[in-house]
Write a protein that binds this ligand. Structure first.
Ligand code: NAP
Length: 229
């Protein structure tokens, strides 16, 4: 059994990761924001019994995250920094809602690092410790296209942060990767996406279970294939 910590678990991919891991008998700590519905996460964690617990914080709020981290005492083996947003409507290179995109950068690029830093003391005590930043293929510098510049820039920034954190933590044996969950039918991915949330979460878990320190600094999709940075 491993201890998994998952952010953004009120709905979508994070909720499904928590659900599948709880059913599999893993220890699961999962976070949601105040104001989000608590019933879906409670139901997802129920199979884990006393090994399942929820935390409440906004990944833009460092104080909230650090208080939440003090409530966890067991070593964390896997952190999945999954919480993320898609941002405002106007986010092209020619017409941008700047305050809205600044907020998006805060959530998508800095939020995962805030969580990783706050939980690092627990991750350092984990078995085969792993940090997964939920990125997107849209953060790849190699990918063309102009839509949703703010979202792409936020995930590109997250990828760079993942590389730097991987280099910082490699001497300690902590593996850090960026992952793309596929195009998934969630509120964010929309109804036309190619993958169900169950398929995405199932594949992500299999890949993350197999990660070792030799995988650190990789940018992977949900099948474990490398993505061009
Ligand atoms: N779906 C896709 O096709 C797709 C593709 C590539 C990458 N991704 C990435 O995968 C991750 C999960 O996406 P999803 O499709 O499951 O999205 P989703 O259904 O929109 O769920 C997003 C989750 O993140 C939480 N969240 C957003 N902003 C937050 C904040 N500031 N603090 C704490 N929690 C916050 C949301 O909480 P609330 O309920 O409180 O809003 C929700 O739990 C994201 O990082 C996304 O960028 C998704």
């Amino acid at each position: 059994m491993s201890h998994w910590m998952i952010t953004g678990a009120s709905r979508g991919i994070g909720l499904e990761l928590a659900r599948q891991l709880a059913i599999a008998g893993e220890q699961v700590t999962a976070s949601r924001r105040a104001g989000s519905r608590h019933e879906p996460l409670e139901a997802a964690l129920a199979p884990a019994g006393s090994r399942g617990r929820s935390l409440v914080f906004d990944t833009r709020n460092e104080a909230q995250i650090r208080i939440a981290a003090t409530q966890v005492h067991d070593p964390v083996d896997v952190l999945i920094a999954n919480a993320g947003a898609y941002g405002p409507e106007r986010q092209s290179a020619l017409d941008m809602d700047f305050p809205g995109v600044l907020d998006l950068l805060d959530t998508n690029a800095l939020g995962p690092l805030r969580v990783a830093q706050a939980f690092l003391p627990l991750i350092r005590r984990g078995a085969r410790p792993r940090i997964v930043f939920m990125s997107s293929v849209l953060g790849s510098m190699a990918l063309g296209g102009t839509f949703n510049v703010g979202y792409r820039a936020s995930k590109a920034a997250l990828n760079k942060i993942a590389q730097c954190l991987a280099d910082e933590l490699k001497p300690e044996g902590i593996s850090v990767v960026s992952m793309h969950p596929g195009w998934v039918r969630t509120d964010m991915g929309g109804p036309n996406a190619t993958l169900s949330v169950e398929e995405s979460a199932y594949s992500l878990i299999r890949v993350i279970e197999g990660l070792t320190i030799s995988d650190t600094r990789r940018y992977l999709d949900y099948r474990g294939s490398d993505i061009d940075w």
